[in-house]
Design a protein around this ligand. Structure first.
Ligand code: KG4
Ligand code: ZN
Length: 409
């Protein structure tokens, strides 16, 4: 296979409702990051419709990849590898990206790299940390075409990664499909992960979306609840979370549950006679194609705004408590928060404040890298390119793919 030392990886992501392609150099320099969102189409149905998602990915994949290369100013022959999300996600949606990536990599004669979507989210933050990026590849120090270089590159040169340490990073991945806590360790060659917490029912983003729908707001609900919360009193409705821990004293599991708060919001709506106002809001919004914040706010009375702010305050508080408890228990060296809900402004503010109070470093992805994108996939593929950890033609979609060692309990 002809090798290429440009350090340029084409990332492809199609696990849910975004068709995305990006070109990233050396695992950290984003040359392009193109996302074709299907959100407006799925909004008509109040959630992602898998069959429609696959059809849209098929329609979008070629133009999105072409645009990513164009914006990066890179020719396909210059790519060193093609990386693609292999799971978790919707089977039909994943298959579109995987089939395309396989054919593209094969046609170019470049390695194919399979990436776990959850690891991608974590790398959306890691790629921004100076310590994690490896130096640029150049043929003077490393020659892939040489007969000698059969060893993985990581054994032949300094990669500029952090020195292995006993203190792991704690990663909270919080999105529409996932709410997981991972310990992430760099062992000098690769990252490894251990799942130390997860939701036992709904993901946090799913709770945002369901509560928004329940209150007559559009899909996806997270961004709307985020913005409307500033106008309500977060202490107006006291929501409580039951503590969940399926682990042992030696290895506790810092779990989450978000289906209870959704039911509590529903009960509040019923007992406070909010139904008619919600239906009026729903009907009004269905007539306005792209409502702005002022329009939506005008359709929400004080009681609705207080309920929205209280829901958000409780969810963010719960994410924060569990994350800080896990960080303290596992002596984490720092916290990274990623996934769609990491775009939330109150979450960022409270995590930054509370972590600083404990002398802990907390980092978030740039907003454009919080939600699904392909730059994070290309970034996560970088250590695998260095290690020669490639997929072959048998790569298939893994809708239930897990990251790292299994959680306790
Ligand atoms: O990571 P992502 O794009 O897709 C998944 O892998 O699920 O996350 C989408 C989720 C949706 O549930 C959306 O409502 C939520 O992230 N989200 C937010 C915000 N922006 C997106 N939730 C709260 N606040 C936000 N600003
Ligand atoms: Zn995601």
């Amino acid at each position: 296979m002809p090798k290429n030392t440009s350090g340029l990886i084409l990332g492809i992501e199609s696990s849910c409702d975004e068709t995305a392609a990006a070109v990233v150099r050396d695992g950290r320099e984003v040359l392009s990051n193109v996302v074709a969102s299907q959100m407006e189409m799925h909004a008509l149905y109040g959630g992602v419709v898998p069959e429609l998602a696959s059809r849209e990915h098929l329609r979008n994949i070629v133009p999105v990849v072409r645009e990513a290369l164009r914006q990066a100013g890179v020719r396909a022959e210059e790519l060193a590898a093609v990386a693609v999300t292999s799971g978790p996600g919707l089977a039909g949606a994943l298959l579109v990206g995987i089939s395309f990536a396989k054919a593209y990599a094969f046609g170019l004669g470049r390695p194919l790299i399979a990436v776990n979507h959850l690891e991608g989210h974590i790398h959306a933050v890691l790629m921004q940390r100076k310590t994690v990026g490896a130096p640029r590849l150049d043929s003077e120090t490393w020659d892939w075409t040489s007969e000698e270089t059969t060893k993985p590159m990581s054994q032949t040169r300094d990669m500029g990664h952090p020195t292995p340490t006993d203190h792991p990073l704690l990663a909270l991945v919080v999105s529409g499909g996932h709410t997981h806590l991972y310990l992430a360790r760099w062992n000098g060659l690769a990252w490894s992960y251990r799942n130390v917490g997860r939701t036992v029912d709904d993901a946090a983003g799913e709770a945002y979306d369901k509560v928004a729908k329940l209150l007559g707001l559009g899909y996806p609900g997270g961004p709307w609840i985020d913005r409307l919360s500033s106008f309500g009193n977060p202490k107006a409705v006291p929501f409580r979370f039951a503590g969940i821990n399926r682990g042992t004293t030696e290895a506790p599991s810092f779990d989450f549950s978000f289906s209870g708060i959704k039911t509590a919001v529903l009960r509040y709506v019923q007992t406070h006679g909010m139904h008619d106002a919600i239906e009026r809001r729903r009907a009004a919004l269905s007539r306005i194609p792209n409502p702005d914040l002022d329009t939506i706010q005008a359709l929400c009375d004080a009681e609705a705004l207080d309920l929205i702010a209280s829901f958000q305050g409780a969810v963010v508080g719960n994410l924060l408590r569990q994350t800080l408890a896990a960080a303290a228990f596992y002596h984490a060296s720092g916290i990274v928060v990623s996934g769609g809900v990491a775009a939330n402004r109150e979450l960022r503010r409270r995590f930054a404040e509370e972590a600083a109070a404990r002398g802990l470093d907390v980092q978030f992805p740039a907003p454009a890298l919080s939600t699904d994108n392909a730059a994070m996939i290309a970034a996560a593929a970088w250590p695998r390119l260095l290690a020669g950890d490639f997929a072959d033609g048998t790569l298939n979609a893994s809708p239930q793919l897990r990251l790292g060692s299994a959680p306790v309990g």
